[in-house]
Design a protein around this ligand. Structure first.
Ligand SMILES: Nc1ncnc2c1ncn2[C@@H]1O[C@H](COP(=O)(O)OP(=O)(O)OP(=O)(O)O)[C@@H](O)[C@H]1O
Length: 379
């Protein structure tokens, strides 16, 4: 029996070697039948692992290049094609592939080219996605900046319409203007300042553009009063509104501006009244007019709130406000009329005041009032 168990016939061995591109003589060697060629068999057995090793190195190199984010897809394409070309030239021209048959060599080349194409397509797609991501991020950043600008603009706008603390209340919480905003303020100093003879000045003629020039001057006066409020010493005061030629302001509406210890919000209001009187004199000198001012000030508790949703308006209400208005309406031009409560505070602080005496105030009866004659004098 020439073909024993475990022995590969010579013809079969050769046919396997041809079809697989390998040498099976090492196997036959193990059976002891070809023991004369062990060294040649070992060498041949190493060959497939060498071509495999080379292929793996190239694939690894290509994957590393493809994964390198900094390179553009075009540069990657050139590098990958270069690597693949060098490998193919070496693979086909040197002995690396000699252990492989034609079919395996062809399969190896096709796999590499396919892999190369896949990497190039992947590189292009990744780059396109990254570019799109970048553009979206840029757009999102621009939109965020626009929104921040818009929010800042809205804040500024709202802060011009409402006092800062009220504007912050609406902006910081989820409140809307439908909800009533109100607060109780215990010690608020209220001032009404009017220019009674403005109505004499206001005439609608062709020469003054149907009264527009008169309004222009009134606007300048009110704007001057607003600007004075911007001075640091008057930070206790909040403008409430101006109706016609009457300017209304109040101080001590917030915890920060209500100084119960030194009553600075009261003295600030007295100083402000004196200051706007001076300002009107300055306007008179420069516009050759003779506007006269009448001012009334009172102190007391008020309710502050925002009325209206579409055009919200901050205002204050209470008996103290009514009395302050009466101090103006029952006052005398060029004088600052104050109530007894104001007198007690201001005289204690060193302000010169003169008692006017008792006057009849509508709805309040007889009231003793005072005139504020000037600024604080050093005691
Ligand atoms: N928030 C306010 N803004 C402007 N003016 C006010 C405010 N609150 C009260 N007043 C004015 O105070 C004045 C006194 O108000 P009060 O309610 O005592 O009297 P009245 O009889 O209603 O007013 P009037 O004498 O004008 O008829 C009124 O002229 C009113 O216009």
């Amino acid at each position: 029996m020439s073909a024993e168990m475990g022995v590969v016939p010579r013809a079969l061995e050769e046919s396997i070697n041809v079809s697989m591109g390998t040498n099976w003589s090492i196997l036959t060697n193990s059976t002891g039948h070809n023991a004369s060629q062990p060294a040649a068999g070992d060498l041949l057995a190493d060959r497939p692992s060498m071509s495999m090793f080379a292929s793996m190195i190239i694939v690894l190199l290509m994957v590393m290049t493809a994964a390198y984010q900094v390179l553009t897809s075009i540069v990657k394409m050139f590098i990958l094609t270069g690597i693949a070309s060098i490998y193919l030239v070496l693979f086909l021209s040197t002995g690396i592939s000699s252990d492989l048959d034609m079919y395996s060599q062809f399969y190896n080349v096709i796999s590499l080219v396919g892999f190369l194409i896949a990497l190039i397509i992947h590189g292009r797609q990744t780059e396109a996605t990254n570019r799109l991501d970048f553009l979206w991020k840029l757009q999102a950043t621009e939109e965020k900046e626009d929104m921040e600008h818009l929010e800042a603009y809205n804040r500024k706008l709202l802060a011009n319409i409402l006092p800062v603390h009220v504007a912050e209340h609406f902006l910081s919480s989820d409140k809307n203007f439908e909800d009533l905003y109100h607060e109780q303020c215990e010690s608020v100093c209220i001032m009404f300042a009017s220019i009674p003879n403005f109505s004499e000045f206001y005439v609608e003629l062709e020469g003054n553009n149907e009264g527009v020039e008169c309004l222009r001057l009134l606007n300048e006066i009110i704007a001057d009063f607003d600007e004075i409020l911007g001075e640091p010493q008057f930070s206790y005061i909040e403008k409430i509104k101006s109706t016609g030629s009457t300017y209304m302001a109040a101080s001590g509406l917030t915890k920060a501006t209500c100084d119960m210890k030194d009553l600075k919000h009261v003295t600030a209001m007295a100083d402000y009244a004196l200051r706007i009187k001076e300002q009107l004199e300055y306007v008179n000198q420069h516009s050759f007019n003779n506007f006269r001012m009448r001012i009334g000030i009172n102190i007391g508790p008020v309710v502050a709130g925002v009325i209206g949703a579409r055009k919200p308006q901050y205002d204050i209400w209470g008996n103290a406000v009514n009395v302050a208005s009466r101090m103006d309406s029952t006052g005398i031009v060029d004088k600052i009329q104050v109530t007894q409560e104001m007198y007690q505070i201001l005289s204690a602080k060193g302000y010169p005041l003169t008692c006017r005496g008792s006057i009849e105030v509508k709805g309040k009866g007889e009231m003793i009032t005072y005139f504020l004659d000037g600024g604080k004098t050093q005691k």
